[in-house]
Design a protein around this ligand. Sequence first.
Ligand code: ADP
Ligand code: ASP
Ligand code: MG
Length: 816
Amino acid sequence: MQDAEKKYIVQKFGGSSLSDAGHFKTVKSLLKGKDEVIVVSAVKDVTSTLKALLDAAQEKKPFQLQLTHLEKQHITLIHSLIFSADKSNELITTIQADCHIIKDILHAVELIRSSSKETQDLILGYGEQWSAKILTAYLDHAIYLDAATVLFTYEKNGTLCIDWEKSQKALDAFLENKTFTQMVVTGYIASTIQGQRTTLGRNGSDFSAAIFAKLFHAASLIIWTDVDGIFSADPRRVRSAFAVESMSYNEALELAYFGAKVLHPMTIAPALEDHIPITIKNTNNPLAKGTYISETPERSIHPVRGLSCVDNVALINIEGSGMIGVSGIAARVFEVMHQANISVILISQASSEHSICFAVIAHHAQAAKNALSEQLQFEIERKHIEKITVDTSCAILAAVGDGMVGSIGVLGKLCDTLAKANVNIRAIAQGSSERNISIVIKNDEANRALQAVHAGFYLSNKTISIGLIGCGQIGSTLLQQINAELEHLRQKYHVNLCVRGIMNSKKMLLQHEPIHLMEWEQHLEKSPLQSNIADFIQHVYSDDMPHAVIIDCTANKVIAEEYIHYMKRGIHVITPNKHANAGDLSYYKALKALTEISNCHYLYEATVCAGLPVISTLQDIIKTGDEVLTVSGILSGTLSYIFSEMVNGVSFSNAVFAAKKAGYTEPDPREDLSGRDVARKLVCLAREIGHDVSLEDVEIFDLVPQVLKTCSVDEFLKQLPRYDEVMELRIKEAMTKQQKLFYVGTVHANGKLSVAIESLSGSHPFTALKSSDNMLIFTTRRYNKQPLIIQGPGAGAEVTAAGVFADLLRLVSYLS
Ligand code: ADP
Ligand code: ASP
Ligand code: MG
């Protein structure tokens, strides 16, 4: 190279920056017109189309139409960009001639039904020649360089290498006595030492650009693409990913190697050797800063600079107790892989040496297995190796960052986040450089894992996708309460509550971005979506969010019977709906058993006494090793009200009418008066304590006269006064004994449950109850002489919704 002074800037434009005439115009506007080496890819998707043509020919499928389309696509581009008739005719003639050659080759491939690597390289390389020629003509003063005339490669041990000396000489010769302001160079293509056309592998134009940057001793390399830089994770997979402003060569290399398609991994080495900084920029958003890759990047506040993921990986596990202490087995295994020309992307071996586990691209799995079975026959026969298993459904997630070096707890956090997102870890590898931790997981969990880990390291981990089913009084009050606290929770506690789905019995509203909680009613009304629970669940449990919860604010039995399926999918469940806990015992047990083994939480504080901290208190009592002996309580606000009215001299029927008028009863007051609601709560409590009981086991004192059981509500209300006398007698009897009547639910020490009217004296805590309040008295081994009492309003939308809200915040605290 005659001019060793660092004056050139190499700029590479990927296919995504060259998709149409508009993009070519943008490219021109981004160039300075001086000392520029412009390396280009083929027009977007052209290389893939050429590959598809070749595959079609090989399979004897028609290809002509697609080839004609490709030709036309380029001719259209020329017509839109090149106004000189001579120039455009020359270009069109070249492309037509090339397409003719391609057609002939494809016919030959069709006949012999196979194509060599050389044929493939030849055909796939046309795209870059066309785009580079068109851009050269469009730029007016640029000169064109076919990289195959100056860039020479060879293969060593299956690795593509650059013959730097030969390439430098060829380039220098090309440049001799030439001056230029802009040179357009074909990316991706090169020549073998023997002079045959070859390529640098798919996505290889980035590598071309770095090679030319080194050959030109460039001051810098700019890679223009369709995103704002290297993101903290693939932006197509992780919505909240962001462009990283600066990173080291090593970080970029690790990310690229582990799947960040934005940069070809081989791009780094030539730039690093000559200390050429690389900037990744967005053609569609040139003002964005982009990512600056250098030796001295700015320090990041996060130990992890980025995440990437290689999909479709096979995990090969070689096991055998005979391997312990036998030297050379690992060497043999990897020698076999080397001989079979299969690249190993991750290795993990436990120190017991009982097994060696490594990963290869899934496409190579069968070949790897065959080679191992054949070549390790000696070890297999001697039982040094007992089992070779291959799992082709894996992916590797890699966390990369120089900041991880020496930083404690990164792996812990990674594993913890994955566990909370219900993602199973199959294998782990951390190089001693500590710059990369790679985790093998299942392919179909890769997106979720990426989301969760990304959220774990960058977002607040207290970000949760919420689906609300049932938006009656409790549901809508809950939304109001969430809305009022949203900002405060976000700012003060980094809690990000994202309500992304709301469903009632008719319609549902689904949104990727959080639903605006001031206007949800109008939006739900206008939503064209009919309620569909499967779609709803699918949406709420989207890979976009690391955690998801369904809040069931219905009183629906069918929905309660689905909780187990939600939880099996990794969705948490919160509910004030009693059906799951008071219904079928085996279902309840299965649900609780699932919470033990999965990472999903099932929270139901509001099933008993609305927002009063009953369930959580009970759980704490049990968890801390205490034993609950009895629980007795006034569990129905409605009945408390009726009874207190009666004590004040109001007749039974009038008390019922007043309760109905005040909105304390169900539309049919018999629901309350029958005691079933209290019995359900009692079942919930007893099961929480550990008794295997069901609703049928509860002895209930039913306040609904037998003859009025089946009549209409109106008829019931009309007839009720006829039964006042019986009740009044009871009241009077109690009053003469200085006692009061209460409708009490009890879990007895022997596990029996009863709901009965009890007449209690003034010293009993229940007698201090006000109006519709609830009260629960726990006697336990610890709270024996002095029982533990919980008292307060146990019904109503505000307090019930508050109980659900408290569960939601409790859930979020478990996730952090
Ligand atoms: P070009 O045609 O410019 O070479 P590519 O399609 O090869 O573009 O690479 C850019 C794409 O890489 C982006 O559109 C993005 O979808 C994908 N990508 C994958 N991982 C990352 C990442 N970590 N940061 C940015 N982009 C990424
Ligand atoms: N055009 C080639 C490909 O699609 C090279 C590149 O775009 O980097 O693989
Ligand atoms: Mg690319």
